[in-house]
Design a protein around this ligand. Structure first.
Ligand code: NAI
Ligand code: MG
Length: 373
């Protein structure tokens, strides 16, 4: 039996609360499905920065490369400039490991109240280009402190980068409703965005069953609030995808439930799984953090590692606890992080026990296999 080697970086703030919660759930699921996982805990992040002046060791990427997947909480602390924490850990991992897809499901969950008046279910996949675009190192600042101080930052779009994101999104759309929306701003940003539009359109033409709509991101943002259920797969550049996915998760009820997968679809490097939210210093250490985004990211990791049934089982478990109204405070429930986690562990056991009684065949809940993540 293969042992999956998983590098765990809890990071900062609520990362230190939601990661252990999710690992408990993953361990229980792995045990029930006879999946072998070996977790290696890496104490990297802002505390490490305080001691060593860097977010991870010099050979950090080499250490991570020896693993099959990376499970990350969040990085960021009021004591460390955000640019240092992001560019010192997460961005190098995403880039060096060619995790060029950031897949962010935006989905209504029973028991998580959407702020929208219209309760039509939402089920959108945001495909964010994760390696280039607006998050670029090219640029600089001159005349610091003077009245004519200037800052320049270049956006970088490459044919390779845009087309591989578009391929991934189009193929995902083809496996779902066949409708792909591309976020653009080619009316205002007149070089890079028309290039994005052209490459996305050329790529999508290779998928005859996919229809492409290109939407200006300002209108798209408004539509994601007014009629999010009309979208299926959205492909967006690094910055636009980042913003749209925070917006999307808030529209479904809470940023605390939103998962994400930073994928190297070619399998040359480990992929990284993390919730969309950050380290939430405002609630850190208080037992208030919602672990759903982290647990759901764990389900995406299981699916990526070739265990869709176990992933579906985990998803059914946390969804059932939310449905019972036992979520954390951010979703209007009464539970602390640990109470919610205990309820998910019990729900996992219940699902498994019910299935053994019902069928006694596969040892896995039939409904879990049908669920997608
Ligand atoms: P944030 O996502 O940490 O928090 C935004 C708001 O949502 C806060 O009010 C927070 O309490 C709430 N929230 C977030 N996750 C929650 C959860 N699981 N349960 C309940 N409530 C939750 O974003 P913010 O405040 O902009 O950033 C805080 C720090 O995190 C910064 O240093 C930032 O750079 C970093 N960050 C790190 C990310 C990462 O590691 N991938 C992503 C986003 C931000
Ligand atoms: Mg974000």
């Amino acid at each position: 039996m293969t042992t999956h080697k998983i590098a765990v970086i809890a990071g900062d703030g609520i990362g230190k609360e939601v990661v252990p919660a999710a690992i408990e759930c993953l361990e229980r699921i792995a045990q029930l499905h006879s999946i072998r996982c070996e977790f290696t805990y890496l104490p990297w992040g802002s505390d490490y920065y305080g001691e060593h002046g860097r977010m991870m060791p010099v050979d950090g990427l080499e250490v991570l490369a020896k693993h099959d997947a990376i499970f990350l909480g969040a990085v960021g602390s009021p004591e460390v400039p955000d640019a240092e924490s992001l560019w010192g850990l997460l961005i190098p991992i995403r880039r060096e490991f060619q995790q060029y897809i950031n897949l962010r499901p935006v989905k209504t969950l029973d028991g998580v109240k959407s702020p929208l008046a219209n309760k039509t279910p939402i089920d959108v996949l945001i495909v964010r280009e994760n390696n280039e675009g607006e998050y670029s190192e090219v640029g600089g600042r001159t005349y610091r402190g003077l009245p004519h101080e200037t800052a320049v930052q270049e956006t970088i779009f490459t044919r390779l980068g845009v087309s591989r994101a578009a391929h991934y999104a189009a193929s995902l759309a083809s496996s779902r409703s066949g409708h792909l929306t591309s976020a653009t701003k080619s009316n205002g940003i007149i070089h890079t965005m028309p290039f994005w539009d052209e490459v996305v359109e050329e790529t999508t033409r290779l998928y005859p069953d996919v229809t492409l709509s290109s939407e200006l991101v300002d209108a798209l943002a408004a539509h994601l609030v007014l009629k999010p259920w009309t979208y299926d797969v959205i492909v967006a550049s690094n910055l636009l995808g980042d913003i749209l996915s925070d917006l999307g998760s808030s529209v479904t009820g809470s940023i605390g439930v939103a998962p994400s997968a930073n994928l190297n679809p070619d399998g040359d490097y480990p992929s990284l799984f993390e919730p969309v939210h950050g380290s939430a210093p405002d609630i850190a250490g208080k037992g208030l953090a919602n672990p759903v985004g982290q647990i759901w990211s764990g389900a995406m990791m299981l699916e990526h590692l070739g265990h869709p049934e176990a992933a579906g089982h985990l998803q059914l478990a946390f969804e059932s606890v939310l449905r019972e109204g036992l979520g954390t405070r951010d979703v209007g429930g009464p539970s602390s992080t640990s109470e919610f986690t205990a309820a998910v562990l019990a729900a996992i056991d219940d699902l498994y026990a019910a299935d053994s009684l019902d069928t006694g065949t596969s040892g896995k809940p039939a409904a879990a296999a049908a669920s997608s993540s």
